[in-house]
Design a protein. Structure first.
Length: 298
């Protein structure tokens, strides 16, 4: 308080010296509250579009494949793996690898700014693998050695060093994909639904058999409750998590939790039955990581 005396009938008023400095004047450019995640994403997208619009024109937006000249007598020895394989996420990075039945290939790497890299050449078979041999010996910007994997009507091209990752994606329910994107592996035929297991060479086929449990829904009732044809003999336990293969949406896999288990079957429930548009159906395939068996006591 000030040392001045207060006149009778008047209220004492504290000065800023008594209570501290006044609040700083608000600056107009500062947000009044924290931005939500959605608002932040929208603002970032707008800034990115404006940035792209300000870039100079002249970028290569021709996404057509360009193959090397056809070699006489090439034949159709690559018809089983021919087609356009895709890897990417629709925006930002699109990798398209096209293989012709005669063994010529073309690769185009494109994004929102046009084509970043392209190459072409011939496919060479080497002991079960496919090796890309470009016409021009340039610095590799993509993998060039692949193992072709058949999965029903789909085909995958997997680099040998990524086979572990591919198998783990199957166990986790991330493969087969349920959308038209293939963010980690080159895939052909993503518009065709597949389930079960792909055709894998040993020892990877054995790794899947030992690490995963594959089953099917035999009964589906209201409220996201199902009965599945695998149980404790297959390595399932209460609270084991089952993933419905290829039946989620673009952002989420469809998960079930085991609530009761018998030797050769189990009952499971969906966490939020209303989360997905379509109800669970009998016949849908599921996969789960196999629980380790308890070590018997001596």
């Amino acid at each position: 308080m000030s040392d001045d005396r207060i006149a009778p009938g008047k209220k004492a008023v504290a000065s800023w010296d008594d209570w501290g400095a006044p609040p700083a004047t608000r600056r107009w450019w500062l947000p009044r509250r924290k931005l939500s995640l959605t608002e932040g994403v929208v603002i970032a997208a707008i800034v990115w579009v404006l940035f792209c619009l300000m870039l100079p024109t002249g970028a290569d937006y021709d996404l057509a494949h360009r193959y090397p000249p056809l070699v006489a007598g090439a034949g159709n020895g690559f018809a089983a793996v021919a087609g356009e394989y895709y890897q990417g996420a629709s925006r930002g990075r699109n990798w398209r690898l096209s293989i012709l039945p005669d063994g010529r290939y073309s690769f185009v790497w494109s994004g929102c700014l046009g084509v970043y890299h392209r190459e072409s050449g011939s496919v060479i078979p080497v002991t079960g693998y496919l090796v890309l041999s470009p016409v021009k010996q340039i610095e590799p910007r993509i993998k060039r050695i692949f193992l072709p994997i058949r999965w029903g009507s789909r085909s995958y091209l997997i680099p040998p060093e990524s086979l572990q990752e591919f198998c783990d994606a199957i166990i986790n329910g991330d493969e087969p994909r349920h959308e038209t994107e293939a963010s980690r592996f080159y895939a052909l035929g993503l518009n065709v639904r597949v389930d079960g297991v792909p055709e894998l060479p040993e020892p990877w086929a054995a790794y899947l058999r030992e690490s995963a449990v594959f089953g099917a829904i035999v009964v589906a009732t209201e409220g996201g409750r199902v009965r599945v044809d695998v149980g404790s003999a297959d390595g399932l336990r209460i609270d084991s998590v089952l993933t419905v293969q290829g039946r989620g949406d673009r952002y989420r896999s469809r998960k079930l939790r085991v609530v009761a288990v018998d030797e050769h079957s189990c009952r499971a429930e969906e966490g939020d039955p209303g989360e997905f548009k379509n109800p669970l159906e009998a016949g849908w395939k599921v996969v789960a990581a196999r629980e380790p068996q308890a070590t018997p006591s001596p």
